[in-house]
Design a protein around this ligand. Structure first.
Ligand SMILES: *Cc1c(COP(=O)(O)O)cnc(C)c1O
Length: 367
């Protein structure tokens, strides 16, 4: 079976470097908020081109705490509206509702599957205060257009960059477009720790300072609590793992692009729609997602041919039981996306022969 993502092989290639970093942390005797975190934060901020990086426990917290910080700073109030693409992963929505903010779910662009500037303009209302574009599947959202709208209407922009590490446009990377960005370093993400981790990037000094307190019980100075904060810290061992993985990120992104380009050039099956892209640099291919109206059958045929696939995601957030208040909303583009998408193996450790086999299986699947 060709696995959808072979994390074991990806990390095995870096085993010696990872073990050395582990030993460094064990021997330091310092396990929370030390040199590794500080170094990773500097290195990742530099990678993204932003002034600050604030490590937190996971990607959901990165988004939730950023919105919370804007509330503490008086830039958002309970009941304010945040425009978000309806076809995102549920974490994006949870970050909004957790803060007592109101998500305004809009249809994505049918080609890029990202937040559509046209949908944003149509959804603007008196209480709109922020937009939350998601670089879904690794493709940078249409940030130039979205920033033009946000500037015109004085909106905050929070990027959900959990799938977009390193995606860029005109040399400007994901995480350096919005007022802030939330990243996840969940093991399966393009930059993945060996456990949970996340971070916020921003060039706003005041926001960075607030986030540094919020992630640590609301405290800048030990035993002095400015906010009712959380414990959401990125620990030393994961920061050390991430420093190793960051060094290899661009090389792995190049490998993902090679695989994606082979799929795009060589998969030819009238029953499926291939993903689109416009510029090489904008897409880091976190996922290679095709669309097929007979998805179940197509998936079954690939499985028989020894190709593992996944569905990202089978149910739209507004159709989840967790959100009964949104279940009635009709979003046909979003709903068809959730019914049709299928993710092919996308793994920087794949061999050319494995890529051949995926292509062959996809071409031979008659649905
Ligand atoms: C993974 C992901 C998150 C959440 O990250 P965690 O680290 O799992 O909390 C948020 N948004 C998107 C789009 C994601 O893919």
């Amino acid at each position: 079976m060709i696995p959808f993502l072979n994390l074991k092989d990806i990390n095995a290639k870096l085993r010696d470097e990872l073990l050395e970093a582990c030993a460094r942390v064990i021997d330091s005797g310092w396990y929370i908020a030390g040199n590794e975190l500080r170094a990773f934060e500097q290195e990742y901020a530099a990678y993204c081109g932003s002034r600050h990086c604030i490590g937190v426990a996971n990607g959901l917290d990165a988004l939730t705490l950023t919105l919370r910080a804007w509330m503490e700073l008086g830039r958002l109030r309970e009941g304010d509206e945040v425009i978000v693409p309806a076809n995102t992963y549920i974490a994006t929505l949870l970050a909004i509702t957790e803060n007592g903010l109101v998500p305004v779910l809009v249809e994505p662009d049918d080609r890029s599957l990202n937040l559509s500037p046209r949908s944003v303009t149509a959804a603007l209302g008196k209480r709109t205060r922020a937009i939350l574009p998601v670089h879904l599947y690794g493709r940078l959202a249409d940030m130039p257009e979205l920033l033009e709208i946000s500037n015109r209407h004085g909106l905050l922009v929070l990027e959900d960059a959990a799938q977009g590490h390193g995606a860029s446009l005109g040399g400007r990377k994901a995480g350096n477009w919005g007022d802030a960005a939330g990243f996840s370093f969940y093991p399966g993400k393009n930059l993945g720790a060996l456990g949970d981790a996340g971070a916020i990037t921003t060039s706003d000094d005041e926001l960075a300072e607030t986030l540094q307190a919020l992630r640590n019980y609301g405290s800048h100075v030990k035993y002095r609590n400015l906010y009712q904060g959380l414990n959401s810290r990125l620990d030393e061992i994961q920061a050390a793992m991430l420093r190793v993985k960051l060094k290899h990120l661009d090389e792995q992104t190049a490998q993902r692009r090679q695989i994606a380009h082979r799929y795009l050039n060589e998969i030819d099956n009238a029953a499926i729609r291939l993903p689109t892209w416009e510029r090489e640099e904008e897409h880091v291919w976190h996922l290679f997602v095709v669309r097929c109206q007979q998805r179940a059958r197509f998936q079954q045929l690939l499985d028989k041919a020894g190709v593992q696939t996944m569905i990202h995601y089978p149910i739209a957030p507004h159709k989840q039981k967790a959100y009964p208040e949104y279940n009635h909303i009709e979003l046909p583009i979003t709903e068809s996306i959730h019914e049709e998408v299928l993710s092919l193996p996308m793994d920087p450790s794949m061999t050319p022969e494995q890529v051949d086999r995926v292509i062959e299986a996809a071409n031979q699947a008659r649905v």
